[in-house]
Ligand binder design. Sequence first.
Ligand SMILES: [Zn+2]
Length: 97
Amino acid sequence: MTSYEYRCDSDGMLLEVKFRLGTAPESITCERCGGQARRVFSKPMLLSSRRDRVAMLEHAEKTRTDPDVVTSLPSAGARKRTPVLPLTPTLRRLPRP
Ligand SMILES: [Zn+2]
């Protein structure tokens, strides 16, 4: 048996119901009001995860429906140049193209 979560469309109640794996219906009847409760997908184990990982997952989920839109290039100061190694005496001895 696996736990599945359903949220009622009418009153927002969150229901946890157990079904055999792969047999959970898309919607069930709400226990409280009799309305339709649709299956929702929870984020397992996030309460014990690190805060930055949770923020990253929530941002990734948000971009599915509300993507960040860029309308211009970043300013010249914000662009990073390719890092160049300082020419140490050892590097100066290497052959150059
Ligand atoms: Zn309900």
